[in-house]
Ligand binder design. Structure first.
Ligand code: GRF
Length: 199
C-alpha cells in the first residue's frame, strides 16, 4: 500500500478534500494508496479533528518544543516515516503547512514532497498572496500545486487553476474563490502522482 502523509497547520480543508476524494474514488483499490496520517505542527489545528473523525491517524509535532528548525525537522521526519513500513511514505503532502523546511528535510523526500500555494506561481511566492494580487490589479488569480525545493514556493509546477478577480473583491472573497479550486486540483494532482513510478 502506498502511504500518503499530509502535513497541516490549521483548518485542513485541502487535507479534507484529499481524504474525501480518496474515499469517494476508492484509492485503496484503484491506486493501492491511502492517507496514512495527518500531522500538524500546531496542537490546536482544526484539521486534526477532521482527520480523526475520518478515521485517520493523527500526530502533533509542535515546532515550539524544539530549539532549532533542524531539530524540529528531524522530529517531523521521524513522525512521518513512522507511518510507512518501508520507512518512507510514497508522498508527503503539504496542505496549509506554515513552516519553512530545511534543505535536509526537502532532500530526504526528494521527488515525493508537494505543496499547494494560493497564487499563480511564479507570481507571488510567500504570504498575503490575495492582497498582493489585488494591489497589483491582477485580473486573474489562482492556485498552484508544485514540487517542493529548498527555495520557498518554487519547484516544478504540477497543476494550476485560475479564477477571475471580480470588482469589489477583498482578499477574503478572492481567497474563498481560489480555495474552491484548491479543493479540486489538489486531490487530482495527488492521485496523478500516485500513479507514477516513484511513488
Ligand atoms: C490554502 O489557501 C493553501 O493554499 C495555503 O493555506 C491555505 C490552507 O487552507 N497554503 P487549509 O488549511 O487547507 O484549509
Amino acid at each position: 500500500m502506498k502511504n500518503v502523509v499530509i502535513l497541516i497547520s490549521g483548518t485542513g480543508s485541502n487535507m479534507a478534500a484529499i481524504v474525501r476524494t480518496a474515499q469517494q474514488q476508492n484509492w485503496a483499490t484503484r491506486l493501492g494508496a491511502r492517507v496514512a496520517a495527518v500531522i500538524s505542527n500546531r496542537p490546536g489545528a482544526g484539521g486534526l479533528r477532521t482527520a480523526a473523525d475520518a478515521g485517520i491517524a493523527t500526530a502533533v509535532v509542535d515546532h515550539k518544543a524544539y530549539p532549532s528548525r533542524e531539530a524540529f525537522d528531524a522530529a517531523l521526519m521521524q513522525a512521518i516515516d513512522a507511518h510507512d513500513p518501508a520507512g518512507q511514505p510514497a508522498l508527503v503532502v503539504l496542505a496549509g503547512f506554515m513552516r519553512i523546511l530545511t534543505p535536509d528535510f526537502v532532500a530526504h523526500y526528494e521527488g515525493r514532497l508537494i505543496n499547494i500555494h494560493p497564487s499563480l506561481l511564479p507570481a507571488f511566492p510567500g504570504l498575503h498572496t490575495h492582497q498582493r494580487a489585488l494591489d497589483e490589479g491582477c485580473k486573474l488569480a489562482g492556485v498552484t500545486v508544485h514540487r517542493v525545493t529548498a527555495e520557498l514556493d518554487h519547484g516544478q509546477i504540477l497543476a494550476q487553476a485560475a479564477v477571475p478577480v471580480l470588482p469589489g473583491d477583498t482578499a477574503d472573497t478572492l481567497a474563498a474563490r481560489v480555495l474552491t479550486q484548491e479543493h479540486l486540483i489538489y486531490p487530482r494532482a495527488v492521485a496523478q502522482l500516485l500513479q507514477e513510478p516513484i511513488c
